[in-house]
Design a protein around this ligand. Structure first.
Ligand code: UDX
Length: 441
């Protein structure tokens, strides 16, 4: 089949590349000329393991083409995917301008019957509204039908997820559309769940809100664990063995970030508000996450009289490991507040430093290795659980000016730190204090 994908952001690019890998003829379209030039050369603008390799392979086999011209991509396309951004408006609602613009372009340019698949996360009812928009502006006698196909990819494992996801959700209103979408997706070998359009839209929000709820829940349990001297890692293991609860997404830490959970939870709250429903639970989830992102600051302020002129090393900046994405990362709020309090901040991340420079306060220093960041540091903060950080030799912490570590992602075993001489604070677990604490500090 000939497929056009509009938008070469995270979702669009991974979707286009994966569809070409299973044998479709894919045209990826974006208005950003520079990006398209880069993509044509097989270079990925985002850090995503396995993506460039797959791109290069499919470009070489003539299944994957990049263009800035909608007309070129749309010509003869059986299906057009819309995967443009739906950024957050100031009031928390989703901005649909880009999706609407593409819909109008489709009406203007398409000369054959086409299925339009909306991948972008949009409020419930939007797909139907886009269908109306298309019907209103359509001048040719064509069948242009909207399908909702939300994506559940995780950054860092997006390529793997494309071929091993738990389900593909298709929301459509005709047998014809279901059939086409089934044909396209069959080679992925992933169960397909067919439903109505509105439910498909809601599934995406409900899935992300539920996962965010799991995280905020375990984070609150962690906060109680600290006060009752229990260990949240043990508690998560113990509750996770109950299959009704499940053992995933129970990792306590400094909260969720990224491009989806913060935006989609707020958008769902907004959607609920529009229909006069007060989604109390979700409000709590969002509030808990905000507090959790600031938890290490609170812990630092409780531990020290002042942070002024203290040299603080920050290890890990991305919102999670295996990505260079800094969107809604806890490191943004934390570095800003530390600088406000007069601390001398040195940061290190294996991959996200270039992106970090665009969003973090300017007055921080960037180190080129963990060791460099820890040199002369009086405190180390761990914000992302990169493998490189989890593998840090305890000896490196011992070489700090004062070996005090605040770990926001529970990267280390409490046992391994017991006699290390390091003061170690983590989330939802007892503080490890050096046996001769007073003599050291
Ligand atoms: C998420 C959803 O998983 C995906 O289905 C959706 O399409 C987009 O949003 P992503 O944002 O890439 O994907 O990251 P994910 O791995 O889900 O993690 C999100 C955030 O939650 C990260 O900040 C992570 O550190 C945090 N998290 C995750 C926890 O704090 N604890 C956990 O147990 C799991």
């Amino acid at each position: 089949m000939k497929i056009a994908v509009v938008g070469t952001g995270y979702v669009g690019l991974v979707t286009g590349v994966s569809l070409s890998e299973i044998g479709h003829q894919v045209w990826c379209i974006d208005i950003d000329t520079e990006k398209i030039e880069m993509l044509k050369k097989g270079k990925s603008p985002i850090y995503e393991p396995g993506l460039s390799e797959l791109m290069q392979k499919n470009i070489a086999q003539n299944r994957l083409t990049f263009t800035t011209k909608h007309s070129e991509g749309f010509q003869g396309a059986d299906v057009i995917y819309i995967a443009v951004g739906t950024p957050e408006n100031e009031d928390g609602s989703a901005n649909l301008t880009y999706v609407e613009d593409v819909a109008l372009k489709i009406v203007e340019l398409v000369t054959q019957d086409t299925i339009v698949v909306i991948k972008s996360t949009v409020p419930v009812g939007t797909n139907n509204r886009i269908q109306d928009l298309i019907n209103q502006h359509k001048e040719r006698d064509l069948r242009i039908e909207i399908v909702s196909n939300p994506e559940f990819l995780k950054e860092g494992t997006a390529i793997y997820d494309s071929f091993h996801g738990d389900r593909i959700v298709i929301g459509a209103s005709s047998k014809y559309a279901f059939k086409i979408l089934e044909e396209i997706n069959k080679p992925f070998g992933i169960p397909i769940f067919q439903t109505d359009i509105r439910s498909a839209e809601m599934i995406k929000y409900a899935a992300n809100a539920f996962l965010a709820t799991k995280i905020s829940f375990i984070n609150e349990i962690a906060n109680i664990c600290e006060r009752v001297e229990a260990d949240v890692e043990e508690v998560a293991r113990g509750i996770g063995m109950d299959q009704r609860i499940g053992n995933k997404f129970l990792k306590a830490g400094i909260g969720y970030g990224g491009s989806c959970f913060p935006k989609d939870t707020k958008a769902l709250l907004k959607i609920a508000g529009v229909v006069d429903y007060d989604f109390e639970l979700l409000k709590g989830v969002i509030m808990v996450n905000k507090n959790q992102q600031e938890l290490l600051l609170q812990k630092l302020n409780n531990r020290f009289d002042t942070l002024k002129d203290k040299r603080i090393a920050i290890l890990g900046l991305a919102f999670k490991p295996n990505t260079d994405d800094m969107r809604e990362a806890a490191s943004i709020v934390i570095t800003e507040e530390l600088v406000n309090q007069g601390a001398n901040v040195v940061v290190y991340d294996p991959v996200a430093m270039e992106n970090a420079k665009k969003v973090l306060v300017p007055s921080i220093k960037y180190a080129s290795s963990v060791e460099e960041a820890l040199q002369e540091a009086e405190v180390a903060l761990i914000l992302t659980e990169w493998d490189e950080i989890k593998k840090i030799d305890i000896e490196s912490f011992r070489k700090m000016k004062t070996p005090i570590v605040f770990d926001g992602r529970n990267c280390f075993d409490l046992e391994s730190l017991q006699k290390s001489g390091i003061e170690y604070h983590s989330i939802g677990r007892p503080v490890v204090k050096p046996e001769i604490a007073n003599a050291l500090f």
